[in-house]
Design a protein around this ligand. Structure first.
Ligand code: ASP
Length: 439
């Protein structure tokens, strides 16, 4: 390991020249911030457009034979203004013209969308006087569309040899035949993580517009406390609240390498942010929890059958029914003669009736109940495995808030207690648990 820092800046951190200036200040403030991964320009204000959305729109227009001139003009203006205000030396108009021509000629959606990061990377590299390295030269995908770590490391080592400081655009890479492919939305986070892994960096900084994760949802809990340190595993368990801060998949490239991620706020660089660390790292918890996250919109299918515990292959049959319908489940609490499948409504779509029919036919249950409108709340903390009284606080918090608990589940890893409550009681339940741990 070295002392290198990879700094990824999100769309809102690069939405205007004012934001670019903050980014420069941050990068130059630490000599080790030598590799920078930018997103495409995001929104400057609430009703503004994200460049990536506009690029997808251009592609959709072009594909349907509709003129995309007007949409492209908005994109052009954003970049031209940035280049002018930052006084960069590259001829950004020339690059924009090239992109427009390619889109008109039928470039793919992935190629078109990737140009948001590409153009922003060109401007940022010039502005920081760092070398521009096209992500298509180093980030590689396999023919099946999956990220190719081995080929990426090889290409990275070759391309980056002797490159001391670089800007590498996020979000995209190349297929084996060289065509551009993008990650899923928000994927610049993944690029940053991959670059950190390839470099064996000491730290991956993810600069955004919030000072890290909060203990709970600020739309429901007034002023929740920040989370200063969280392990990768805890974060996965808290993913109901994490998605908009950090792309879920960005943990995987660096998890094995033990590289921590620091979520930082470009607008408040003095804030500590949240440090995400390896699961094996010692953390002091002093009897409390890390966070509480939840989500509405689940359906529970409860299957009861006498002597289920003696029947071999029962769960296999059950799960293969879900698999055959292309449905994944969130949770599966069980009793001696019963098992519940907790499924997100978006997964279930209109498949509930046919799934129930298959369960009846193939599993022959004594009874089958469906409980719709369920919300799940996960209380998460690595410390709970060694601390007495955490679950009693969760349940007391819920009782004090007058919430009826419909389901309880604690995984054997003991970092998470999940409860199911009625959708209507979700907010009340979250507040009740939060209060129990913070008062
Ligand atoms: N610009 C892409 C998006 O909006 C990727 C990213 O920002 O991470 O999804």
């Amino acid at each position: 390991m070295n002392n290198l820092i990879v700094a990824k800046f999100g769309g809102s951190s690069l939405a205007s020249s004012e934001q670019f200036r903050k980014v420069k200040g941050i990068v130059f403030d630490n000599e080790n911030r030598r590799y920078v991964v930018p997103s495409a320009p995001g929104k400057r204000f609430n009703k503004d457009y994200k460049i990536t959305d506009l690029l997808y729109l251009c592609h959709a227009h072009a594909e349907n034979g509709i003129s995309f001139d007007d949409v492209f003009k908005i994109i052009e203006e954003r970049y031209v203004t940035l280049a002018k205000e930052l006084e960069v030396r590259i001829d950004i108009k020339k690059y924009l013209d090239e992109v427009k021509e390619k889109v008109a000629e039928g470039a793919s959606a992935d190629y078109t969308a990737s140009r948001g990061e590409y153009l922003n990377g060109l401007i940022l590299a010039d502005y920081l006087e760092y070398e521009f390295v096209d992500a298509a030269e180093i980030i590689r995908f396999k023919n099946n569309g999956k990220f190719d770590q081995e080929a990426t490391q090889k290409a990275f080592d070759e391309r980056m040899a002797g490159v001391e400081r670089a800007v590498i655009p996020g979000f995209y890479g190349a297929m084996p035949d060289g065509t551009v492919k993008v990650f899923s939305r928000g994927g610049s986070d993944i690029t940053g993580s991959i670059v950190a892994r390839c470099l064996g960096a000491e730290l991956y900084e993810n600069w955004t517009d919030v000072s890290g994760f909060l203990m709970s949802d600020p739309r429901i809990i007034e002023n929740p406390k920040p989370i200063e340190v969280v392990t990768y595993k805890e974060l996965r368990e808290l993913s109901y609240m994490g998605a908009s801060v950090l792309h879920e998949e960005s943990i995987f490239p660096i998890r094995d390498a033990g590289i921590p991620i620091n979520i930082k706020n470009t607008n408040r660089p003095e804030d500590k942010g949240t440090l995400i660390i390896g699961d094996d790292k010692p953390v002091s918890y002093s009897g409390t929890i890390t966070g509480i996250a939840g989500k509405k919109g689940f359906t529970v299918i409860a299957i009861n059958k006498m002597l289920m515990n003696y029947e071999k292959g029962f769960c296999r049959k059950l799960l293969s029914i879900l698999e055959s319908h292309g449905v994944s489940f969130e949770n599966m609490p069980s009793g001696i003669d019963s098992v519940c499948l907790v499924i997100e409504d978006t997964q279930l779509g209109d498949k509930l009736d046919s799934i129930l029919e298959d369960i009846r036919k193939q599993c022959n249950p004594d009874s089958l109940e469906v409980h719709p409108n369920m919300a799940l709340i996960a209380t998460v903390g690595k410390g709970m495995s060694k601390t007495k009284g955490i679950s009693s606080k969760v349940f007391k918090g819920l009782a004090d808030a007058d919430v009826n608990i419909r389901m309880i589940n604690q995984g054997s890893s003991e970092i998470n207690i999940t409860v199911g409550v009625e959708n209507d009681e979700f907010e009340k339940a979250l507040r009740g648990i939060y209060k129990a741990f913070t008062n």
